[in-house]
Design a protein around this ligand. Structure first.
Ligand code: SF4
Length: 397
């Protein structure tokens, strides 16, 4: 089990009308934010080792997500990665991902990212249909997205992922498959497809919460989901998780670490981490984050992860210590997201109990309904189980 680091960049150029993520459009504090994040990275590299049980090699994966990391000056992002690399030590085989958006990605930035150590880009393409992009309120058009992908490959990135959104009003299956083909033709090796979610407190909620099922029927949305997976599979881009597909060998190691229940550090406002069975979340307040992280020091070690799991105002807003029983309950929840599903031998090794015994009823009823299938030592969602994934997973919690 290696080490993993998640860094949250909360800045975006403009708020997309469907977005429920933590992000802000005022970038005036970006420089101070990254200075604070550098301090937090140094803090974890110095004192974090006492919280986790791993060998001493550098992090296996680093992931800069957002928000839009490419919308702040590249020197901030690259500087933080260089601090992480220098303080934690990054192995030569580490996977180091940066989320970027076509509208703020340039060939110059691509080169700077690559030379500072990033070796994987995740590009927020979302669609190559200009009317769909307009509906989504994105800043780029299809031409800009394809140009940004060209720039990524020209800069020297061999490992590029593209994000797409499905189930958008006005979108059709043929168009989505054409879009996927175009990015595969460019050399993209990993594709994430997310179904549009109508989140509360977003402009999309006001606009679509009562009408979305008339505009995109749940059957049509599910049909599109399965057709997309079938199409990608046929192209050798194998679905390995509910929303993710990859050419074998290009699966996201960082995201896989979440589903494997690995430890991971979290740096930045709003970032969530998991260290030595403690799950924690940073406050979503940039000013407080800057003020706390800028002065973080050895004295804070005892406050973070105190036995009482006390929150730290403005820095950590929740902490939850998981017992072995909690982790056992969480195992199927995380693993059922993946195509390999639950590994009963691994379960026995981790928790000392037989999966089939602990979850006898849940297993029986979901297999009877046709939502789960067992093959050898693995238990995974069937095609119809994928349509009820949340319900099935909740059954095991
Ligand atoms: S770019 Fe991404 S994080 Fe930023 S507002 Fe749009 S969807 Fe949200």
């Amino acid at each position: 089990m290696g080490r993993h680091i998640y860094v949250h960049n909360p800045f975006c150029v403009r708020k997309c009308p469907y977005c429920g993520f933590f992000s802000v459009t005022d970038r005036s504090l970006a420089e101070k934010y990254y200075e604070a994040a550098v301090k937090e990275a140094l803090f974890w590299s110095e004192y974090g080792k006492s919280f986790i049980h791993t060998d001493d090699k550098g992090p296996d994966t680093v992931y800069f997500g957002g928000g839009t990391p490419s919308c702040v000056p590249e020197k901030l992002v690259c500087g933080l990665l260089e601090t992480i690399a220098g303080s934690f030590g990054i192995g030569k085989d580490s996977e180091i991902t940066l989320e970027v958006n076509p509208a703020s990605f340039t060939p110059e930035k691509g080169k700077a990212y690559l030379s500072s150590g990033f070796n994987r880009l995740s590009m927020g393409v979302q669609s190559l249909d200009d009317s769909v992009l307009k509906t989504l309120g994105r800043l780029h058009d299809s031409k800009g997205a394809l140009k940004a992908l060209d720039a990524a490959f020209e800069a020297g990135f061999a490992n590029v992922s593209a994000d797409f959104i499905t189930g958008v009003p006005g979108q059709d299956l043929e168009g989505v498959l054409n879009d996927l083909q175009k990015v595969l033709d460019k050399g993209v090796k990993h594709i994430s497809t997310y179904s549009l979610m109508i989140e509360e407190d977003t402009p999309f909620y006001d606009k679509y919460s009562n009408t979305i099922e008339d505009l995109v029927s749940p059957d049509a949305e599910r049909g599109m989901y399965h057709e997309v997976r079938r199409f990608l599979q046929g192209k050798g881009v194998i679905p390995y998780e509910i929303s993710n597909s990859a050419v074998p060998g290009f699966e996201s190691r960082h995201n896989t670490s979440y589903w494997d229940g690995c430890d991971y550090y979290a740096i930045g406002a709003g970032a969530h981490g998991f260290l030595n069975s403690v799950r924690f979340g940073h406050d979503e307040d940039i000013v407080s984050y800057i003020s706390f992280a800028s002065n973080i020091n050895k004295d804070d070690v005892g406050k973070i992860f105190s036995p009482e799991c006390m929150n730290i105002d403005g820095f950590i807003y929740f902490e939850e210590r998981l017992t072995l029983e909690d982790r056992m309950r969480e195992y199927p929840f995380l693993k059922l997201r993946t195509s390999k599903g639950i590994d009963t031998a691994e379960f026995k090794q981790r928790f000392g109990r037989d999966f089939e015994e602990v979850y006898k009823e849940e297993l029986r009823s979901n297999i009877e309904k046709g939502y789960l299938k067992s093959e050898g030592q693995n238990i995974f969602l069937t095609k119809s189980g994928l349509d009820f994934a949340n319900l099935v997973m909740e059954d095991f919690l």
